[in-house]
Design a binder for this molecule. Structure first.
Ligand SMILES: NC(=O)c1ccc[n+]([C@@H]2O[C@H](COP(=O)([O-])OP(=O)(O)OC[C@H]3O[C@@H](n4cnc5c(N)ncnc54)[C@H](O)[C@@H]3O)[C@@H](O)[C@H]2O)c1
Length: 269
């Protein structure tokens, strides 16, 4: 994968990435690791995760840590963040990527599917964000006499919305609800986490070439490409590059509470 920032841009930092076994999460974690971060990979299946960690270790300067967890399970998320802290001593960033789709029009949408999609995207994002604050950043703030953490340490939360949050998408009432909520959560988190001097942003990708799009089929993917101004769907590495830029305080030190549209011009906000 091409390096997009200076060598060692994230050296000495620990970044948690959820949904890291495949797709965008995998590309994000790989690119952060290539820039020197100690990445903590979270996903459901331990063996797929271990495979991803081994593959990533070939390009990472610090060996990735694999931690299987379901982002919707409060105890597992608490455990994952605790283990990351025990192993590294400090967490600098969390990238909430994990996601699922269960597309069906509203009339045929089961309540269980609706809740499952909300749970992975919205509850998962909340749980990881809360745990990093509760176990690490808030105690630092308390120890600093409840004064803002002006210690120059890079801290960030990066969330995943979607172009469909603002544009709507047939069959995705649950997914678009979750993504719209994640945009609001991003703004509230940015306000609260200013005390930790953590920047909190989201990206809203257009269609990206990952297993998530498999259900759409070849013709559907071609149509999505035509609906952009670039004429094609994106590759996961293009999302990873934007995440690296948002994680980098030299580029994005004055950006917080924002949702960046990375959609090839599919929707002009
Ligand atoms: N691919 C796209 O076109 C597209 C467009 C806009 C936004 N997004 C968003 O980008 C993010 C990544 O999407 P992707 O295309 O890489 O998807 P993907 O399906 O390829 O990968 C998602 C990963 O999340 C993991 N995951 C799912 N549920 C989980 C859970 N409960 N706990 C832990 N891990 C879990 C899966 O195992 C998988 O490895 C998602 O939030 C998605 O909504 C994707």
């Amino acid at each position: 994968m091409a390096r997009v920032l200076r060598d060692g841009a994230f050296e000495g930092e620990t970044h948690i990435v959820t949904g890291a076994a495949q797709g965008i999460g995998n590309a994000v974690a790989t690119m952060l690791a290539e820039h020197g971060a100690q990445v903590v990979l979270v996903d459901l299946d331990p063996s797929r995760l271990e495979e991803a960690a081994q593959e990533m270790a070939r390009v990472a300067s610090v060996s990735p840590i694999a931690h299987a967890a379901n982002v919707t399970d409060e105890a597992q998320v608490q455990q994952a963040v605790g283990a990351a802290l025990d192993a590294t001593g400090s967490i600098h960033g969390v990238v909430n990527v994990a996601g699922i789709t269960k597309d069906a029009r509203i009339a045929k949408k089961s309540y269980d599917d609706f809740k499952a999609v909300l749970a992975v995207h919205l509850h998962g994002t909340f749980l990881f964000t809360r745990e990093v604050a509760a176990q690490h950043w808030h105690p630092l703030f308390k120890a600093n006499g409840n004064e803002p953490l002006d210690d120059g340490v890079n801290r960030f939360v990066l969330n995943f919305s979607s172009v469909s949050a603002r544009n709507g998408n047939v069959g995705q009432v649950d997914y678009t609800a979750a993504k719209g909520a994640i945009e609001s959560v991003t703004k509230t988190t940015a306000r609260e986490f200013s005390s930790y001097r953590a920047r909190v942003n989201a990206i809203a990708p257009g269609p990206v070439n990952t297993p998530m799009l498999e259900a759409v089929g070849e013709a559907g993917i071609a149509a999505m490409g035509r609906a952009t101004l670039t004429g094609r769907i994106a590759e996961p590495e293009q999302m990873a590059a934007v995440i690296c830029a948002l994680a980098d305080p030299l580029i994005s030190g004055y950006i917080t509470g924002q949702v960046l549209q990375v959609n090839g011009g599919m929707y002009l906000a």
